[in-house]
Design a protein around this ligand. Structure first.
Ligand SMILES: [Zn+2]
Length: 566
């Protein structure tokens, strides 16, 4: 009796004719999945380019309004003492390692040990620009190390020169490309070759040029510690050894230039993560220091931001801050206001704030209010787009659910497995973070994204296997592809790919509402921006799952032991 029944069922099943709509639905699902992948790929490229090529709207404001409405730079500041100033940037030196360097510790002891916060992205060109112009990447438009033209903002060297100082620059050649220092300073550029130690040469050049030109503003940039960080990691012996060597050269520079009346400012542009790398938001990367010592410096422990260094250095030196400065003077380390210098700087800040808020909102208000108002109105503008994406995502799920509620449950379970596997690779196996520091070097970016795409495909294939299993579990007598259910089993793979894209797409929609794809006046939060790019890259890779996934689910429908048993 029992055997007869089964036979009867099988005969019916074998005769089952697949409705043409099922094939159409499968085809439609595949087209949507591949279309979404392509759209995500396009959007990822567009959004990344928006950050790299960010065209700061503040450059005009900073150079126009600010420059024209302030006193001429060669007008002496009433009552100010002109102080000889030496500014040294040690690329990539962490705060922790700086505490092992005797010459920096000596400056701190007789001066001020300032805790600094570095703006995002904590890459070298953006942060050098912040140190020399006082402008954050949002203001300067320098957002990556691919910036390869003259930064259209005044630097401390420019202002020092116009104020009648003899300016000396000793550094790698990038300083010329970015700031045209040779136009206003006596320069000595060192060609840097990988593996070379160059700080000794830079110090020799700085000392001889300073003596020859009777310099009263010296800028030096030491690249070696950063290179050791990238090559060996920040916790390596090589990093510590390079820092020690740099410290000895720094000591020579300080000894050679200290006439008892010179202000010394030593700081890094950013730190490094333990494994080596920067660009992101990690504590050792963005929480750095500046050691200030000399006349006008009040001993102690002050706090500031990287953009505050330029106006503070200018005040101590006795000249005006560069016109694009978005920072303020670090009051906590100033022993005096250097005549009228602080008054002038407060007026400069006022003009900056007016120009900033006018650019952002069209009316004069504070920086904070302008940011809040503009963000709120931008987000309101972007809400329909985000809700539209949400509606599309729900429509895709609804379409799957109407075709088969079991397929929907199975596909969503598969998508959750995808999230677990992909993030397991990302956070647990690789110990990555949503941070630009993850790359370590720019040459690794392509390989990094390729690796994530491969893992997305692997996680997607696993997701399809999970979806197939769950689908089987929901039927007491599962029907395999041989019973005429091949299109259903193939479709389950496509449905799982779509469910993964829905889960990623919802996160992308959130980012698009919060920050937008365009970078118009403000850089997005780069931690979420990094995640957003990775989400889009995953959505791109899911094209591979839309192709491979159906094979996986078909094979489950053909060979799964439970199907064979029935
Ligand atoms: Zn670096």
């Amino acid at each position: 009796m029992m055997a007869q029944e089964i036979e009867a069922t099988e005969t019916t099943a074998a005769k089952r004719k697949t409705p043409p709509t099922a094939w159409l639905l499968l085809l439609a699902g595949l087209v949507v999945a591949l279309g979404v992948s392509y759209a995500a790929y396009t959007l990822a490229g567009y959004s990344w380019a928006q950050v790299v090529d960010y065209d700061s709207p503040f450059i005009t404001a900073a150079n126009g309004v600010l420059k024209s409405s302030r006193p001429a730079l060669d007008t002496p500041i009433p009552g100010a003492t002109s102080r000889r100033t030496v500014l040294v940037v040690i690329d990539g030196l962490t705060d922790a390692t700086s505490r092992t360097m005797p010459s920096i510790e000596a400056l701190r002891k007789r001066g001020n040990d300032v805790a600094l916060t570095v703006p995002q992205p904590s890459l070298s060109y953006p942060t050098w620009t912040t140190i020399l112009t006082g402008a954050t990447p949002q203001i300067s438009g320098v957002t990556t190390n691919w910036y390869e033209k003259r930064v259209p903002l005044e630097t401390l060297m420019d202002v020092a020169a116009v104020s009648g100082r003899s300016v000396v620059v000793a550094s790698p050649k990038d300083i010329e490309t970015l700031y045209s220092a040779s136009k206003v300073a006596s320069t000595a550029y060192t060609d840097w070759v990988e593996g070379d130690y160059v700080t000794d040469t830079i110090v020799d050049d700085a000392l001889s040029l300073a003596a020859e030109k009777k310099a009263d503003f010296v800028f030096a940039l030491f690249p070696d510690v950063d290179e050791a960080g990238h090559s060996f990691g920040q916790t390596s012996e090589q990093y510590a050894a390079t820092a020690a060597q740099v410290d000895a050269d720094l000591a020579r520079l300080i000894d050679g230039l200290d006439d008892g009346n010179t202000v010394f400012v030593v700081l890094p542009d950013h730190g490094h993560v333990p494994a080596g790398g920067h660009g992101g938001w990690e504590d050792p990367v963005i929480h750095t220091f500046a050691a200030f010592a000399g006349p006008g410096v009040k001993p102690g422990n002050a706090e500031g931001r990287l953009q505050d260094v330029a106006p503070t250095v200018a005040l101590l030196a006795g000249f005006q801050a560069p016109s694009g400065t978005s920072g303020v003077t670090i009051d906590g380390l100033l022993a005096d206001s250097n005549g009228q210098a602080q008054v002038l700087d407060t007026e400069r800040w006022q003009r900056f704030e007016n120009a900033y808020s006018a650019t952002v909102t069209g009316s004069s208000t504070t920086v904070e209010l302008a940011d809040a108002q503009r963000l709120a109105s931008d987000r309101l503008d972007r809400l329909p787009l985000a809700l539209g994406l949400l509606a599309i995502a729900l429509a895709v799920l609804a379409a799957i659910g109407i075709a088969s509620w079991r397929a929907l449950v199975a596909a969503l379970s598969g998508a959750l497995a995808y999230v677990a596997v992909y993030n397991g690779f990302f956070f647990l196996a690789h110990r990555y973070a949503w941070s630009l520091s993850t790359f370590n070097e720019e040459s690794m970016i392509q390989a990094f994204f390729n690796g994530r795409m491969i893992e997305a495909v692997i996680a997607g294939v696993i997701a399809c296997a999970v979806a197939g299993d769950i689908y089987l579990l929901m039927r007491p007598e599962p029907r395999g592809v041989r019973a005429g259910f091949n299109v259903e089993w193939i479709s389950l793979g496509v449905a799982t790919a779509l469910a993964i894209q829905v889960i990623l797409g919802l996160q992308v929609a959130w980012f698009l509402w919060k920050w937008g794809a365009e970078t118009v006046w403000r850089l997005p939060d780069l931690m979420w921006g990094f995640k957003y790019d990775l989400d889009l890259i995953q959505m791109t890779a899911i094209a591979g799952v839309a192709i491979l996934g159906p094979v996986v689910t078909y094979l489950i429908g053909r060979f799964h032991p439970r199907i064979r048993a029935t």
